[in-house]
Design a protein around this ligand. Structure first.
Ligand code: SF4
Length: 415
């Protein structure tokens, strides 16, 4: 049995990173104080619910939440709910070291008798199937289709199904933290665009339908230092459960305040997490993954896209505000993209085999077959027929105010 007073004294009187220093000039709670507050919060808010669902991404914050809650149940600090389900949002796009750490964690939880569900988007909604099969261009800051599609919606459906099966009140527990500062709160909401947060972390706070379950964030008050102290120092101790949490640091490439999300995410200028991981000696075989970002950049170019010609109207008859917008990927683009991603996957796996390291899957055989099937069926996103001109074809310019600027030197472009 884990001694509760040991948990509450964690970090106190030791040179943990949570301790105030001459330079911080402020009081920062040690891990033990944070644990105590989490216990108080759980007792005040969570124990009224018969069923708990912990939303787990494999990142540092949700790993902290899941290991802490299970540890607290084991040591009797909080009563066990009637059911405890850990739901892992498997986007298939996370950095391989984080995926590996999540797999080890889930094996461990299952071995303890805890229900672990792996939630994956339906086939046609998965990242590469949607992009290369349906032809939707890579996500961007102005067209961020990915977070809802590969994270929010699958998790929402899985929670709804679970809630429908269970009798009694359900609570969704998240690893969202808002403890450090208002600035950090803002970063959480903008989780895909700033360092320090995990993509999708914010959605649980803001986007999960409130009608489904109540949502509770028991490590809300923990700082980044507290989280890393727990994961890398205390959770691995035998007396607190010997959690395999040190592996998670590898997924962050040893950079603790690193943003994590999909490998090669197109919404950030530089994939710092991948860069940091590649500096780790055991993961440098992942370097072909750097090609993903280059591919997404290439696929944004007009030569790989379709464009809406002529005037586009809203239902009320007024002109749309984005005339001649670029749209889906051409079939050539999709085949090129698919070949490129499969080539990157092969390169990583060949190196992994040569070096005796774990391989990875970006697109599995079933997904590849579905992508080719959708291309063969000439599938286009809603609102597009494929008859539209390619985006690099010269057209008369149609302006949002309804005016038209004819092509100058039409004869030079052969029209
Ligand atoms: S990390 Fe990037 S690609 Fe992945 S869901 Fe978030 S915004 Fe989309």
């Amino acid at each position: 049995m884990i001694a509760l007073d040991r948990l509450y004294s964690l970090g106190a009187g030791t040179p943990s990173r949570s301790q105030p220093t001459l330079f911080t000039g402020d009081h920062r709670a040690a891990v033990g104080e944070c644990v105590e507050k989490t216990v108080a919060n759980m007792l005040a808010h969570a124990v009224d619910y018969e069923h708990w669902i912990i939303a787990y991404s494999g990142g540092k914050d949700s790993s902290c939440a899941v290991t802490l809650i299970v540890t607290l149940i084991q040591c009797g600090a909080i009563p066990a709910p009637k059911t405890l389900t850990v739901m892992y949002a498997d986007t298939r796009m996370e950095l391989p070291p984080l995926q590996a750490a999540a797999r080890v964690m889930m094996d461990r939880l299952r071995a303890m008798g805890i229900t672990v569900m792996e939630v994956v988007a339906p086939m046609d909604d998965r990242f590469y199937v949607y992009m290369f099969g349906r032809g939707v261009p890579p996500p961007s800051n102005t067209f961020r289709w990915c977070t809802p599609q590969i994270k929010v919606e699958p998790m929402t459906v899985a929670i709804a199904e679970t809630v429908g099966r269970l009798e009694g009140k359900c609570l969704t527990i998240t690893g969202v933290r808002r403890g450090e500062s208002d600035a950090r709160d803002a970063r959480i909401s903008l989780s895909c665009t700033r360092n320090g947060a995990e993509c999708g972390q914010g959605w649980l706070q803001t986007d999960l339908p409130g009608t489904l379950t109540d949502t509770f964030a028991p490590i809300d008050h923990w700082t980044l230092c507290n989280v890393w102290d727990w994961l890398s120092v205390f959770a691995p101790w035998e007396e607190f459960g010997a959690w395999p949490t040190r592996m998670i640091a590898e997924g962050y490439g040893g950079v603790e305040d690193m943003r994590t999300g999909c490998t090669g995410c197109n919404l950030i200028a530089t994939d710092g997490a991948l860069g940091a991981v590649l500096k780790q000696p055991d993961w440098d075989h992942l370097s072909p993954l750097l090609g993903l970002k280059r591919l997404y950049l290439e696929l944004k170019k007009p030569k790989w896209r379709k464009r809406q010609p002529g005037f586009q109207y809203r239902k009320d008859g007024t002109l749309q505000s984005n005339q001649q917008r670029m749209g889906p990927l051409t079939f050539e683009a999709r085949v090129m993209g698919l070949d490129t991603v499969l080539g990157i996957q092969d390169a990583v796996n060949s190196a992994a085999e040569r070096l005796g390291r774990p391989g990875m899957v970006l697109i599995d055989a079933e997904e590849e077959a579905r992508i080719r099937e959708l291309i063969a069926a000439k599938t286009w996103p809603n609102g597009w027929s494929g008859e539209e001109p390619n985006a690099d074809v010269w057209l008369d310019t149609v302006n949002n105010d309804g005016s038209v600027q004819p092509i100058l030197f039409r004869e030079l472009v052969g029209q």
